[in-house]
Design a protein around this ligand. Structure first.
Ligand code: ATP
Length: 140
C-alpha cells in the first residue's frame, strides 16, 4: 500500500517539504490553520485542509491515525507544536518528524516521543560550514 504523509504547517519549511514530497509522487495531506496557505497548496498536495492541529477531534476526523509519517512544521508557536506532537503520539502515528525552534523545544520533543527532531536553520548552517571547509581543502 502507498505510504501516506502529512505536513502540518505550510510555512517555508513545511511548504517546501510538501512540494518536494508531492513532486516525487507521494500522497500528501497538507494542513494549516491559515486559509491562504491552504489555498496555495490545493493544487500541489493530494489534499489541503484548513485545520488546527491542536484540535484532537479534527485530526481524528482527518484520518491522522492512518498516516505513516507526519511532519510537524509549526515554528513560532512552541505550545502548538508540542501539543500536536503529543496528540500524534497518542494516535500511534508510525513516524513523527518535528521542527524545533530552539534547544529546549528540541529536548521536550524528544522526551514526548518525536521520532526525529530537525532544526533546519542550525542543521543547514552546519552543513554549509562543512562544505565551506571541504571546498577550502580542495583549494589548497
Ligand atoms: P517557516 O520558517 O518555515 O516559514 P516559521 O518557523 O515562521 O515557518 P510559523 O510561521 O510559525 O513557522 O508556522 C508555520 C505555519 O504553521 C504557518 O503557516 C501557521 O499558520 C501554521 N500553524 C501554526 N500553528 C498551527 C496549528 N495549531 N495548526 C495548523 N497550522 C498551524
Amino acid at each position: 500500500m502507498k505510504k501516506l504523509y502529512a505536513v502540518i504547517g505550510l510555512g517555508r519549511f513545511g511548504g517546501s517539504i510538501c512540494k518536494e514530497l508531492s513532486k516525487e509522487g507521494k500522497e500528501v495531506l497538507a494542513i494549516d490553520m491559515d486559509e491562504d496557505k491552504v489555498n496555495e497548496y490545493k493544487e500541489i498536495a493530494t489534499h489541503a485542509v484548513i485545520a488546527d492541529s491542536t484540535d484532537e477531534l479534527a485530526l481524528k476526523e482527518l484520518g491522522f491515525r492512518n498516516i505513516d509519517h507526519v511532519i510537524v512544521a509549526i515554528g513560532d508557536n512552541i505550545h502548538a507544536s508540542i501539543l500536536t506532537t503529543l496528540i500524534l503520539g497518542e494516535f500511534g502515528v508510525r513516524k513523527i518528524t518535528v521542527k524545533a525552534q530552539n534547544n529546549y523545544h528540541e529536548k521536550i520533543l524528544e522526551k514526548i516521543g518525536a521520532d526525529e527532531v530537525v532544526h533546519p536553520e542550525r542543521d543547514m548552517g552546519r552543513r554549509i560550514a562543512h562544505s565551506i571547509i571541504s571546498s577550502n581543502v580542495l583549494d589548497y
